[in-house]
Design a protein around this ligand. Structure first.
Ligand code: AMP
Ligand code: DBH
Length: 540
């Protein structure tokens, strides 16, 4: 990896983070080795009927690393991992860490457009999928992706491999592999983004493990923790805040839910006496409604973490009465900074704030449009730096000059208020993104796909408030002159699907307008569009 791939922290700060023990000089591969030595036969991962101990997970990682090596996968190569919540996800990721290959953590909902652009950006040589999940056949997706991605050499499948390589056949005699550099790039997370093309987030072993260990401490994870993974495990929140990795760090075990719905999750909570779970607000709402209908008890639950999107205080206050456990708000980003309400915080903080940062060395600034600090307690743009916040996206020099200040602050795109007690409240968003139930949609990306339709002259994607998801998306479309047939909303949606876009990015609503309103510099006035959606009677 070259310097352009991974912007390092300044030397003095790196030395400080090491000296303060944030960066412990351990790789993620070494992390699992140490846990296996400590916890041996204790259960680590439960996936359906299967249960892997720490020792077994460690051994599988070694054997899979040898198998990948045998295929010719080398240190520094990128491996796009698109697996649902299954035990193989962990064996495979740790195998990559041991080998020095870089997992690129795609989400199960991604389709041809997203995966081929991840492959292009990372020059991935290997793509790992499950055969099928939730009715989707990933092998067909892999056939499409392979046509579009010249760098891809191997497709590995958990399950029925068809013409590809079966993951189960890759377990080989462990090899003696060289230790990796803990300061090096370990994995690439995906950013929700706000631009036309996806951005990859380079996380090092040292910085990622710091966020995992410190999160596990803050959230009180221990050997008694049974963590139910309901959100896709590749996502930064259920992976590291403290999530599945934090559970392993604490010596507890992970129960993998194939999906997050209440029926599936409640059955697993009962069966495995689950103590901790991480949810987005949209999922919490479904769970609350289901739990109220069933009037049931949750004796084993200790903590429900909620993050990824704004949580209304009215929803927050239903958690304890309904589930009989504590609520923790989590405001984080795959780029780094994570904030938690603390376990001993009073109700006011737990219900009405999004917590405070993990680290005493997390730096926060709240600024106006000209990057001037706002008065204490006022709302503004959140900028941040710290021991686990990236200094630049992967291979995105041009974008980095806008997404980071010259002195390394990450522009989160969130509008926040920083209170005198150090707690944050998220009050809005400046970035051009829709947060659809915790799934982020970069408006520009969808607009580019809409503009590829021959009849579309201009398109603007905006958010629309929604009771269930928090926000949904609405595309405003300006058509070209009446020549030819006018596309219907359904045809535009089909057009987006035919371009291989993930389903959650397909606009929930489409409105046709004669012309899009413009601001003075000629940009689409999205605020005007959002306001139009709030007044249904106004003619569009
Ligand atoms: P990403 O950068 O794609 O990892 O997404 C992180 C973004 O999710 C943040 O910058 C926020 O916009 C949003 N987010 C995460 N947690 C919360 C929360 N608790 N409340 C409001 N927004 C959140
Ligand atoms: O939304 C996120 O990206 C997020 C939310 C909570 C996150 O990355 C995290 C915690 O680590």
């Amino acid at each position: 990896m070259s310097g352009a791939d991974f912007t390092p922290w300044p030397d003095e700060l790196a030395a400080r983070y090491r000296q303060l023990g944030y960066w412990q000089g351990q790789t993620l591969g070494g992390f699992l080795r140490e846990l296996a030595e400590r916890h041996g036969e204790r259960p680590a991962v439960i996936c359906g009927e299967r249960q892997w101990s720490y020792r077994e997970l460690d051994e599988r990682a070694d054997r899979l690393a040898a198998g990948l090596h045998g295929l010719g996968v080398a240190a520094g190569e990128c491996v796009v991992v698109q697996l649902p919540n299954c035990a193989e996800f962990f064996a495979l990721c740790f195998a990559c860490f041991r080998l020095g290959a870089i997992p690129v953590l795609a989400l199960p909902g991604h389709r041809r457009a997203e995966i081929s652009s991840l492959c292009g950006l990372s020059a991935a040589t290997t793509y790992v999928i499950a055969d099928q999940h939730e009715g989707h056949d990933y092998r067909q997706l892999a056939r499409d992706v392979r046509r579009l991605s010249p760098s891809l050499r191997h497709v590995i499948v958990a399950g029925d491999a068809a013409e590809f390589i079966a993951l189960d056949t890759l377990y080989a005699e462990p090899l003696a592999l060289p230790e990796r550099d803990p300061g090096a790039l370990a994995l690439l997370q995906l950013s929700g983004g706000s631009t036309g093309t996806p951005k990859l987030i380079p996380r090092s072993h040292d910085d990622y493990l710091y966020s995992v260990r410190a999160s596990a401490d803050i959230c009180g994870f221990s050997q008694r923790t049974v963590f139910l993974a309901t959100l896709p495990v590749a996502h930064n929140f259920p992976l590291s805040s403290p999530g599945t990795l934090g559970t392993l760090h604490a010596g507890g075990y992970i129960v993998l839910a194939p999906r997050g719905d209440a029926a599936t999750a409640f059955a697993l909570i009962d069966q495995h006496q689950v103590s901790h779970v991480a949810l987005v607000p949209a999922l919490l709402l479904l769970w609350l409604e289901a739990a109220a209908r069933e009037a049931r008890r949750f004796e084993s639950l200790r903590l429900i973490q909620v993050g990824g999107a704004s949580l209304a205080p009215e929803l927050a206050q239903r958690v304890r009465p309904q589930f009989g456990c504590a609520l923790q708000q989590v405001f984080g980003m795959a780029e780094g900074l994570v904030n938690y309400t603390r376990l001993d915080d009073d109700d006011e903080r737990c219900l009405r704030t999004q917590g405070r940062p993990i680290s005493p060395d997390d730096e926060l600034r709240v600024v106006d449009d000209e990057d001037r600090d706002v008065a204490a307690g006022e709302a503004g743009h959140l900028l941040t730096r710290g021991p686990y916040t990236i200094r630049g996206y992967f291979r995105a020099a041009e974008h980095n000059s806008r997404a980071f200040t010259a002195d390394g602050w990450y522009r989160s795109g969130d509008r926040v208020r920083l209170r005198a007690d150090g707690y944050l409240q998220v009050v809005g968003r400046a970035k051009d993104q829709i947060n659809r139930g915790g799934e982020k949609i970069a408006a520009e990306e969808v607009e580019h796909h809409l503009l590829s339709h021959p009849q579309v002259r201009n398109a603007a994607l905006v958010s629309l408030p929604d009771r269930w998801l928090g926000e949904r998306s609405c595309a405003f479309i300006e058509l070209r002159s009446a020549a030819g047939s006018i596309p219907l909303a359904t045809q535009l949606k089909l057009h987006l699907r035919s371009r291989g876009l993930a389903e959650y990015k397909i606009p929930d609503r489409i409105e046709f307008v004669d012309s899009l309103p413009l601001t003075a510099p000629g940009k689409v006035a999205k605020q005007v569009l959002r306001e139009r959606l709030l007044v249904p009677a106004t003619p569009l």
